[in-house]
Design a protein around this ligand. Structure first.
Ligand code: 9MR
Length: 459
């Protein structure tokens, strides 16, 4: 357990100021205090979540607590690369889909974890490198984010890419060796695949201002300045027996860059300080208006990867611990996320006599548009096909690719040709479209496809 040893070493940064300040606040509760974590967080415009092992969803004692206390879930393992693409190009979404359905049925949002991580890569990817790996990883991001499109509140697009210790630099991995731009390529692909999800970078040992968190801070600042799509940073917060005094200040400096922050994998070593640390972390989040939610990495102590650390808010019998009360009090005492200032009611526009709306001539056939996510040496194209007013029983989209570009992979369509004039025909489930109906397919390639325009033919 290499990861675990690193964690233990890194959580011993001491602090007491934040704890002392927090203890007085924890005694204060608001008049309309909630009585569950989810109600209290929601009252303040935030979520309170748990990591879930989907196998436990059929255990009543577990699900009772989950549904009562949490309004956000994240898959502990089921949305990771080894689970979702066990063989290259063969995707498996059983566990993730099950969690999403559970969330939808119980009014919970879903964090997606994690599109790319150097751990829990499937065996086939561990053996890859260079441009083959770059293509495979971007395809993975595209496929998985597309599958879950519209269902994920925030994705951990990249997890744990920075090194521990004082370098402030990237961690070595086969992903990193594909080129330093792998993180931004992943974020761009995720944005194209699910434009509605918040896209996060997530890491541990970042629970204070230190070399590692500063390395990440510099990356986020650079991404924001260059328009690389990033919306949030996750602070895992696997904590020991003390909390960094600048925990809140660290969250705030990221928020000041224009990203949301979230506590994504909170668990705290048992011991005298556990309840106080839980309270202090919760208060820090509440005090940062862009801290949108907190997730604990499991529900009951016995569900935790930290085993005998008893690191969570419920004991193995499902009883609330002192740490639970500390968190609930801090949620109830905290400020709400400020809402946008009320805007003046719209004034009625001057009313011109109604004119007939311009009528577009009916589009017979189909129209296609393409959105490209490019990186040095490759691209992913997402193509939108819109049926004309007669609908389609099939469609075919053509491109002329620039020289040097070559299609390597296609989804939701059948490709003919890979270079020059290439065509993509519908597959059996997406050919029949009603008037104005839209479907999408995609392809990935090497080289550059910039400037290509699609032509659509309907049958
Ligand atoms: O809790 C997860 C455990 O069940 C897995 O065996 C482990 C595999 O490495 O990953 C654990 O979750 C990790 C998370 O995905 C990323 N941050 C650290 C978490 C604890 O190791």
């Amino acid at each position: 357990m290499k990861h675990r040893r690193v964690l233990r070493a890194a959580v011993t940064v001491a602090v007491t100021g934040a704890l002392a300040a927090g203890m007085t606040m924890a005694l204060t509760t608001s008049a309309n205090a909630g009585t569950t974590l989810r109600a209290s967080a929601a009252e303040k415009g935030r979520y309170f979540g748990a990591a879930v092992a989907t196998g436990k969803l059929s255990t009543g004692a577990y699900t009772t607590i989950l549904n009562r206390e949490f309004n956000s879930v994240v898959a502990e393992n089921e949305m990771k690369w080894d689970a979702t693409e066990p063989q290259q190009g063969r995707f498996s979404y059983t566990g993730g889909d099950r969690l999403v359905s559970h969330a939808q049925a119980n009014g919970m949002s879903v964090r997606g974890h994690a599109l790319l991580w150097y751990q829990q890569e499937p065996g086939w990817a561990q053996n890859m490198s260079g441009s083959a790996l770059r293509s495979a990883m971007i395809n993975h991001v595209t496929q998985v984010a597309t599958h879950f499109r519209g269902k994920i509140y925030a994705w951990d697009v990249v997890n744990e890419a920075f090194a521990d210790g004082n370098s402030g630099g990237r961690r070595d991995s086969n992903l990193q060796r594909t080129g330093n731009d792998w993180i931004e390529a992943a974020f761009r692909a995720a944005r194209v695949a699910d434009p509605g999800a918040k896209l996060c970078y997530n890491d541990y040992n970042t629970d204070g201002i230190n070399a590692k968190s500063t390395g990440i801070y510099n990356m986020v600042r650079d991404f924001k300045s260059r328009g690389v799509p990033i919306d949030c940073v996750g602070f895992q917060s696997h904590l020991g027996t003390s909390l960094a005094g600048d925990y809140q200040a660290n969250l705030q400096r990221f928020a000041d860059l224009g990203v949301d922050v979230q506590i994504t994998e909170l668990d705290v070593m048992t011991g005298g300080n556990q309840a106080n640390i839980y309270g202090a972390v919760t208060r820090a989040c509440m005090n940062v208006s862009r801290c949108t939610g907190i997730t604990t990495w499991g529900v009951r102590d016995c569900d935790s990867w930290r085993g005998s650390d008893n690191a969570l808010l419920f004991d193995c019998n499902g009883n609330k611990k002192a740490a639970y009360t500390s968190v609930l009090n801090a949620l109830n005492a905290g400020p709400a996320i400020p809402t946008d200032p009320p805007t003046d009611p719209p004034t009625d526009p001057p009313t011109d006599p109604p004119t007939d709306p311009p009528t577009d001539p009916p589009t017979v056939g189909c129209a296609a548009s393409v959105s490209l996510n490019s990186w040095n040496g490759g691209f992913v194209a997402t193509v939108k096909v819109t049926a004309g007013s007669a609908g389609t029983s099939g469609w075919n989209v053509g491109f002329t690719l620039p020289s040097g570009a070559s299609v390597t992979n296609t989804w939701s369509a059948t490709a003919s040709g890979s270079t020059g004039a290439v065509r993509f025909a519908n597959v059996n489930y997406n050919g029949r479209l009603g008037a104005g109906q839209v479907t999408e397919f995609g392809f990935q390639g090497t080289g550059s496809a910039s400037g290509v325009t699609p032509t659509c033919t309907a049958s």
